[in-house]
Design a protein. Sequence first.
Length: 144
Amino acid sequence: MRWILPMLAVACGPALAPRPVDPPPPAERDGLTVTLEWDAAVDLDLYVTDPAWATVYYARPDGHLAADARCAAGAPAPRWERARWTRPPRGRYRVGVDFSEKCGAAPDRVPYRILVDLDGTHRETTGTARLGRREPAVMELTVP
């Protein structure tokens, strides 16, 4: 894990193949949007911890989680999850990724992409998720 302040910390990983079959809609220009994308038939989970140490994820969306991709029977792509704040509190945010389950005969290691859009600026990083392993801080950013 590497942390660089004040804007972003990036955990580098392998480059991804083309974007998912059905990509998420474009991020809005204002506010903070954090998107997790991947191509494999697995259930990855996005975790975003805000400056007050509240974590947004599938079991605690708090109105900020826009999508939760799961291994429901026959669930097709898209394979993405997104958290969104229209007026994000100032301070440090941590972004985490969890590889909770495979949706069939998928690999145990899956490349992913994290996209961060903050008030019109765009940053990306990539990494590799491992089955059964939660990475609580693959990226960090600061909202000034």
